[in-house]
Ligand binder design. Structure first.
Ligand code: MN
Length: 312
């Protein structure tokens, strides 16, 4: 824990307030005009113009205001939302996690977490992990095995039968994802012990409070140094690598479903998906179709209509 205090002029104070507005908390202590809480730093502004930074990130945050350093956060892409990341974040040892398959009618939800220590950041880039959003499924199939050999990781595949069972018990997709992320992170932390990452970065799908509410009944909840951001694959290669590994596991399972259904299983949730579902229902029956889909999706009803009209 460290502690930094700055005395700033009124115009600077306004900038500090604006900068941390998203992280504002209510604090009614005497003399306090503004308070905010980051994952590792508490910021308190007093009537006197004093600004106090407390916590592990205190010197980092104070440095933004103590000199002429621009408070703009250069590594945070302007369009991503979430926690403010430490400076030089891209070069730190980080466990990243990401999921895929949530919007696809056919196939599983997969979640991967993987650890990229600082000394392997460059190597992971060399392996082709640059901007995972630019990679095609085919490229990801090629890169993923190298990543899985090189990096400590965990990949969880939630097959449709299990998904339908827990969804039927009332679990939301948000809860399902949160449980899977927490579990994958736990696995990776165990694998790399006694080493610890500087941070954990989760590609954000829910606000922090909602995420932790989903997993509040879990025995072991990963909280230490956890950051959330959208578009996190652009913020650290560990998330980009996790997203490639998760995608690879998803594609492998889609290959398996294609084999057992004797027809190419399409991704997504489009009209083409409805048609394929109708065909499979007609050929193999309801139980089989259910066993390879996210049954509660609207596609099920649409496919049933096609079956009734024999339009597929
Ligand atoms: Mn994601």
């Amino acid at each position: 824990m460290s502690n930094e205090v700055l005395l700033l002029p009124a115009n600077e104070i306004e900038k500090v307030k604006a900068h941390y507005l998203k992280f504002k908390i209510e604090r009614s202590a005497p003399g306090v005009v503004f308070a905010a809480k980051l994952v590792d730093t508490a910021i308190t502004i007093y009537k006197s113009g004093k600004v106090m930074f407390q916590g592990n990130g205190a010197s980092r945050e104070a440095a933004l205001w103590s000199g002429n350093i621009s408070p703009a956060n250069p590594i945070k892409s302007s369009s991503s939302k979430g926690d403010i990341l430490p400076e030089n974040f891209t070069t730190l040892s980080v466990i990243g996690s990401d999921e895929t398959g949530t919007g696809d009618y056919f196939g599983p939800i997969t979640v991967a977490a993987c650890y990229v220590p600082a000394h392997q950041v460059e190597l992971v880039r060399e392996l082709g992990v640059k901007d995972s959003k630019m990679l095609t499924d085919e490229l990801m199939r090629r890169i993923a095995p190298d990543l899985m050999k090189t990096l400590s990781h965990s990949v969880l595949v939630l097959k449709n039968e299990k998904y339908n069972e827990i969804q039927g018990r009332g679990w939301s997709q948000g809860k399902i994802k949160a449980m899977m992320h927490n579990q994958a992170l736990k696995h990776v932390l165990n694998k790399i012990e006694p080493e610890k990452p500087a941070y954990i970065l989760i590609d954000q799908f829910a606000e922090r409070g909602i995420y932790y509410n989903h997993i509040k009944m879990e025995k072991e909840i990963i909280r230490e140094n956890v950051l959330f951001s959208t578009k996190a694959e652009q913020l650290h290669v560990s998330v980009a690598a996790a997203s490639i590994i998760a995608r690879y596991a998803f594609l492998k399972e889609m290959d398996r479903l294609t084999e057992i259904a004797h027809t190419t299983i399409p991704k997504g949730a489009s009209a083409k998906v409805d048609e394929t579902a109708a065909k499979i229902y007609f050929k193999h029956g309801e139980e089989f179709l259910k066993s390879i889909t996210k049954w509660h999706f609207a596609n099920t009803q649409k496919a049933m209509k096609l079956v009734q009209k024999r339009k597929f």
